[in-house]
Design a binder for this molecule. Sequence first.
Ligand SMILES: N[C@@H](CCC(=O)N[C@@H](CS)C(=O)NCC(=O)O)C(=O)O
Length: 277
Amino acid sequence: MAKTATKSAKKPAAKAAAKPAAQAAAKPAVKAAAKPAAKAKAKSAKKPAVKLSMLKPSVNNMTVRVFARAAGLGADETDAWGHTRSPEFTARNPSHLTPMIEDKGLPRGVLWESCAIMQYLANKHGLEKFYPKAPAKRAMIDSAMFYLVGTLYPYVARATYPFLGFPQYAGEVGHSDAHPDKKSEAQKAAMAAIAEPLEVFHSFFRDGKPFIGGKNPSIADIRLAATLEFLAVVDYPLPKWAKEYMAAIEKALGKAYAEPAGDVRGYIAYVRSQAKA
Ligand SMILES: N[C@@H](CCC(=O)N[C@@H](CS)C(=O)NCC(=O)O)C(=O)O
C-alpha cells in the first residue's frame, strides 16, 4: 500500500494543485462515511447548537465535532468542502481554515482554530468537566493542546498528508519539487519523530490517570484522540497504551465520538482502497 500511495503522492496531489484533486477524490468517501447531511442537527438543544463550518475527513474538524456533541451543545454543521477559498468564506475568515464557528458574541462573528473554539465554548457554557477552571489544572490542558498543535501535529501531518492526498505546507520537502526519494525520506523521518511527543502525552500529561483531564476526557483528550485517528492511514504502530486510550475515549463519549470519527475513518478507508487499486 505504501508504494502505491507514495506514487500517488508524487503526482500533483502534494502540490498546491492537489487541493481540487484531493477534494474530488474525497467526495465519494465523505458521502459513504457520513450518511445524510451536509447539515446535521443533533437532538439535544438545551443550549443553542454550534454553527459550524467543517470538513468531514479532517481531524482538526473532528475535534470540534466530537466536542460539540459530547458537551450536549448540538452541531448545526455546514460542509465547507470546496468552499473554504470562496470570496464569501474568506471575507469572513481570511485564514480559510476550518473548523470555524459563527457566534454573535464574538467581536468578528467567527472563530477558527479547533482548540480556541473548544476553549471558548467551554468558557461560554461553563463546561468545567471538559475544561477545568482551576488555573493549575487548566494550564495542563492548555499545555497539552499547544504541545499537540505546535509539536505533535506537524509530525503527524508530514507523515500522513502524502497518503491522505492533502497538500503539504510550503517550505517543506513534501511540498517541493524534490526527488520522490527525498520526499519519502522526509515522510519516514516524520513518522520516526512521532514516538517521542506521543510518549510525553502518556508519561507526563496522563501521569497514570485514565485521561489528561483525569477521570473524564477533557478537550485536550478529544484533540489528542482525534489526531491519532490519522495515523491509521500509514499503519502507524501505536503503542498499547494509545490504543487503549483511544478506545477508552470512544467508550466514554459514545456516539459523540464515533459519528465524527466514522467520517475520518471512512475517508481513510477510501484513500487506502484507491491506493491499492
Ligand atoms: N490548527 C488548525 C488547523 C486547521 C486546518 O488546517 N484546517 C484545514 C483542514 S485540516 C482546512 O480547513 N483547510 C482548508 C483550506 O485551507 O482551504 C486547527 O486546529 O483548527
